[in-house]
Design a protein around this ligand. Structure first.
Ligand code: ADP
Length: 235
């Protein structure tokens, strides 16, 4: 119910803003110079308002997600999936929305890495790692995504050349609402400090593990591992 109450007003605000922008685009032009100037200002304002509503909608989604996790109302739909496909699709989606950035994907020789997983949720965990790497690393530096198979598990890691983290920060980043209060840790786009807590819960519900390797000034590698599905050919 709360989730409905929070989402509905945002959806209608967004609808009205879009409509206002559409109507102003349909006005017969040209108008008087004063009216053109006024309209220009209004359109800029409307576009900013739309961007802000999008931020708000994303934050509300994250908050709802974290309360679902706490209430254990978070259902996984486990299927036999190819982790290679999940990783490829997630990277392609991120590359699509960050076209100027370079994401380097390194895959194992195996064409199929079978896992028992909820593909959407694993994609969400990887997306959270990737958006952080893109947010905190310098824009002219690549971000690496590796998928490796070792023994009976598969490991996905995301490496960046961002500000890095101290040992204490490496432990605390998994806590809900924790954000590092240091220069270089305020990337564009506000967050609530929930992305990594959500990723950790998702991976642990898949009987997997998460971790980070980092040092201040030396970038970070966030990783998660998942057990391979039974019946795979791995040694
Ligand atoms: P947020 O949405 O605020 O980024 P997260 O839970 O995803 O929340 O991350 C928690 C905090 O961990 C961030 O606020 C940031 O300070 C730090 N952090 C996460 N990923 C990285 C990274 N790749 N490099 C440096 N700091 C990071």
């Amino acid at each position: 119910m709360v989730s409905h109450e929070l989402r509905t007003p945002l959806t209608s605000i967004m609808g009205f803003l879009d409509l206002a922008l559409l109507c102003s685009g349909l006005l017969p032009r040209p108008l008087s110079p004063e009216a053109e100037q006024l309209l220009g200002k209004m359109e800029t304002g409307l576009k900013r308002a739309i961007a802000q509503v999008e931020v708000e909608a994303r934050l509300v989604e994250e908050l709802l997600e974290v309360s679902r996790l706490e209430l254990h109302q978070f259902e996984l739909s486990l299927q036999r999936e190819n982790l290679v496909t999940i990783v490829q699709e997630t990277v392609a989606n991120q590359q699509q929305s960050a076209r100027t950035r370079h994401i380097e994907l390194v895959l194992p020789p195996d064409e199929v890495v079978p896992v028992l997983a909820d593909a959407g949720r694993i994609g969400q965990a990887l997306t959270n790692y990737l958006t952080n790497a893109l947010k905190y690393a310098p824009i002219d530096q690549p971000v690496w995504v590796h998928l490796e198979v070792t023994g009976r598990s598969a490991r996905v890691s995301v490496r960046d050349q961002g500000p890095g983290l101290t040992a204490e920060q490496q432990q605390r980043v998994w806590e809900r609402f924790y954000q590092v209060a240091a220069p270089g840790h305020h990337g564009p786009g506000r967050g609530l400090g929930l992305g990594l807590a959500i990723a950790k819960t998702i991976i642990e519900q898949h009987q997997g593990q998460v971790g980070v390797e980092s040092a201040p000034g030396r970038g970070s590698t966030f990783w998660f591992s998942l057990p391979l599905a039974d019946g795979s050919n791995q040694a």
